[in-house]
Write a protein that binds this ligand. Structure first.
Ligand SMILES: [Zn+2]
Length: 144
């Protein structure tokens, strides 16, 4: 389980530069139930990279390759690729970006999630849809 804390009250000027493999997201709220309501497992997987991403699966020998089978050409399927670039999720990303009002990047995502509950909910919906697809592909044994 996650035992690290990524506090969301960053100092002014702090920039999220990328996703790290071993970062957990913990939402701090006065009440545990409130924290549980505003986050979900899919967001944690997306932001931490601990999901059904082929890079993560390969890391633990659950997949032979980390290549995105949608993109091919040696493109690694990790959280950053899925969130920002993979055409497999263009529809979902477009919905998210419509709410954000700008392109999603690893630099603006968390800042905008914190500032706007609509963005938070859009990221949650994106994460749920993406993880559902990736989990299905993992169960089928090939990411097609
Ligand atoms: Zn891809």
């Amino acid at each position: 389980m996650y035992d690290g804390i990524l506090r969301l009250d960053f100092e002014p000027g702090t920039h999220i530069v990328d996703f790290a493999a071993d970062v957990a997201l913990v939402v701090i709220a006065k009440e545990l139930t409130v924290a549980e309501e505003v986050t979900n497992r899919a967001i944690i997987k997306l932001l931490s990279g601990h999901g059904c991403f082929r890079s993560y699966l390969k890391r633990f020998n659950h997949d032979e390759s980390d290549e995105c089978t949608w993109c091919g050409a040696g493109i690694v399927e990790d959280a950053s690729h899925v969130l920002q670039h993979c055409p497999r999720f263009d529809v979902e990303r477009c919905r998210l970006q419509n709410v954000m009002g700008e392109l999603v990047t690893s630099r603006n995502l968390i800042r905008m999630m914190i500032a706007d509950t609509d963005v938070w909910e859009a990221v949650s919906a994106f994460a749920v849809r993406v993880m559902k697809v990736l989990r299905k592909l993992e169960r089928e044994g090939s990411a097609q």
